[in-house]
Design a protein around this ligand. Sequence first.
Ligand SMILES: Cc1cc2nc3c(=O)[nH]c(=O)nc-3n(C[C@H](O)[C@H](O)[C@H](O)COP(=O)(O)OP(=O)(O)OC[C@H]3O[C@@H](n4cnc5c(N)ncnc54)[C@H](O)[C@@H]3O)c2cc1C
Length: 436
Amino acid sequence: MQLHGWGRYPRSNSDLLEPPSQESVLEIFSNEKISGPMIVRGGGRSYGDSSLATTVLSSRFLDSFLEIDPTNGVIRCGAGVTMESLLRVVIPHGFFVPVLPGTKYVSVGGAIAADIHGKNHHRDGSFCDHIERFSLLLASGEILECGAEKNSNAFHATCGGMGLTGVILEATLKLEKVPSVSIKRQSTAVANLEECMELIEDNENSKHSVAWVDCLAQGEELGRSVLHLAEYSEVGSQDFKTRMGPSVPFSSPAFLLNKYTTRLFNNSLYSLRKRSISTKIVNYDAYFFPLDNIRNWNRLYGRKGFIQYQLVLPSDSARSGLKEVLKLVSDSGRGSFISVLKKFGEANQNLLSFPTAGYTLTLDFKQEASVFPLLQKLDEIVLAHNGKLYLAKDSRMSEDVFKASYDSWENFLEIKNELDPQCRFASLQSNRLGLT
Ligand SMILES: Cc1cc2nc3c(=O)[nH]c(=O)nc-3n(C[C@H](O)[C@H](O)[C@H](O)COP(=O)(O)OP(=O)(O)OC[C@H]3O[C@@H](n4cnc5c(N)ncnc54)[C@H](O)[C@@H]3O)c2cc1C
């Protein structure tokens, strides 16, 4: 069948295997007819080709909750459990998931494999910083217990390792106690990138922080943004709530996207013009997962799909590098009307994890032949400023760019070769990046 990631580019003709149990996975491993490499697929929310291969192994069967300890705020669950299901279980106990991505349809396995970050990386680090342990099924059939202390090499290679070391079966996650799941959000319209970064720095103690940047603004307004700072409200809802908005029924002509994104950005900006700072109590689902309310929004980019380009630049070069990036994008007239800017805290020890102290910017581009030269120029700016690109969003980075920017790739490969000597786990992405 034809498979793709969230960006709907690239596509692969793959055998999608949906084993009902761990035993059937072992049968797949020993089936001589499936001799080539395979890759695990969770929620399919990575944008590019990290969960694509000739043989794809669904983790859907790993969907059970195994144990919750409400006294210590710890949960053990299968790697196929989604963030939505986790929230459904932990919220009634007064807990919350400490790191959340921009969609609730990501699985625990996918969150570990990409070591995902939220809007609070500057305070709380990334998802794997809250993972106490997990079990990893190797291609040999052996199950390895991994944690920061036990089999720590396998732990640091699997966290952020994009499914290349084995199948994560189940994991134990430390939860966060919260006073309520209502979010007190303060939004401020800012004139340009300089002002936005200054305001983020001034508010670095804010729990959550994210700026929506108008990446088509130019000149004095380059990087004009709306900065949303947020905390859990002391008084508010304790209830799980999930919104389900309309669905985009089919691939739309691209001009719809422009109307849609312009409206989204302008609404948030112009509603703020009256008062440049506004404070609101909002539902956590609306704050963390704004795009989930439009199901299949990825169809808005048309049939050929789109490319998400997420970069991080270290603190000392972020200001000048981001200006260069935004100028190039706004001069090109391409890219989405909205892009997202966040501050990252210190990096952790995971070998292929993305976050590094500095700033990360996310840009969307409609997939078409003429966008690739622009992306190559962006790569050059990123490398010149000692930055890197996020593997969970990547669909086109070259091996050279990858190896020049991910310092620990050789160390990762050494550990992968020990855990998976026959290279049974490989994706289209790992082949392209020269990791397999
Ligand atoms: C709208 C949207 C917003 C997003 N926002 C953010 C964000 O704010 N921050 C962020 O960091 N990311 C974000 N992402 C990206 C997303 O969090 C990651 O791509 C995540 O890895 C997707 O998880 P998944 O379960 O969908 O995995 P898939 O996309 O299916 O797979 C991703 C990788 O995980 C591996 N994998 C999955 N399950 C397992 C397993 N059980 N064992 C071993 N390997 C496994 C796969 O092999 C693959 O390499 C966003 C994505 C979308 C669509």
